[in-house]
Design a protein around this ligand. Structure first.
Ligand code: AR6
Length: 168
């Protein structure tokens, strides 16, 4: 598998699947969730309404509609409550379950935002480390997985975390 850290807007990527950092209603919200729903158009919300929500740590798949990707995988990250409320296990489960759905659909290219690192307040550096470690562990052998940093500061922090993990 190949892990690539990139900077940009996940909604512009021509990949098989992008992952959405959703909430358990799956009915849209702010952050990357809002961007994805705006770019995908109203049919995405219509399909999401049929899914009956999604528990934290799990993932559900829809079409990509007006997005350049084929699928959107919606996962619900944990809200950060200090780190002793199974946040790491739940965040790891988001990556594991999203990648399992991508494998089921035979996706070769998948892009993740930094789940839980916005409105849900997971510390950025730890969120990057969990993302990179989980992607390397759970991605299919023939997959290219993009971890998308939205801003330059997160991208540079990501480069540092990646370098550190590669030394270990
Ligand atoms: N492309 C890539 N990354 C983005 C984009 C984008 N277009 N927009 C934001 N980010 P957040 P969460 C980054 O808050 O913390 C929603 O309201 C952002 O900079 O989107 O999991 C949901 O409905 C940050 O690093 O997701 C939930 O209620 C990362 O994506 C709640 O927010 C995740 O930030 C989920 O919170």
């Amino acid at each position: 598998m190949t892990l690539e850290l990139i900077q940009g807007d996940i909604t512009t990527l021509q990949v098989d699947a992008i992952v959405n950092a959703a909430n358990s209603s799956l009915l849209g919200g702010g952050g990357v969730d809002g961007c994805i729903h705006r770019a995908a158009g109203p049919q995405l919300l219509a399909e999401c309404r049929t899914l009956g929500g999604c528990p934290t740590g799990e993932a559900k798949l829809t079409g990509g509609y007006d997005l350049p990707c084929k699928y959107v995988i919606h996962t619900v990250g944990p809200v950060w409550h200090g780190g002793s409320h199974s946040e790491r296990e739940l965040l790891t489960a988001c990556y594991r379950n999203s990648l399992a759905l991508a494998k089921e659909k035979d996706c070769k290219t998948v892009a993740f935002p930094l789940i839980s690192a916005g409105v849900y307040h997971y510390p950025k550096e730890e969120a990057l480390e969990v993302a990179m470690t989980s992607i390397r562990r759970f991605a299919g052998a023939n997959m290219t997985v993009y971890l998308v940093a939205y801003d330059a500061a997160t991208f540079h922090l990501g480069q540092q975390v990646l370098a550190r993990l590669d030394q270990e």
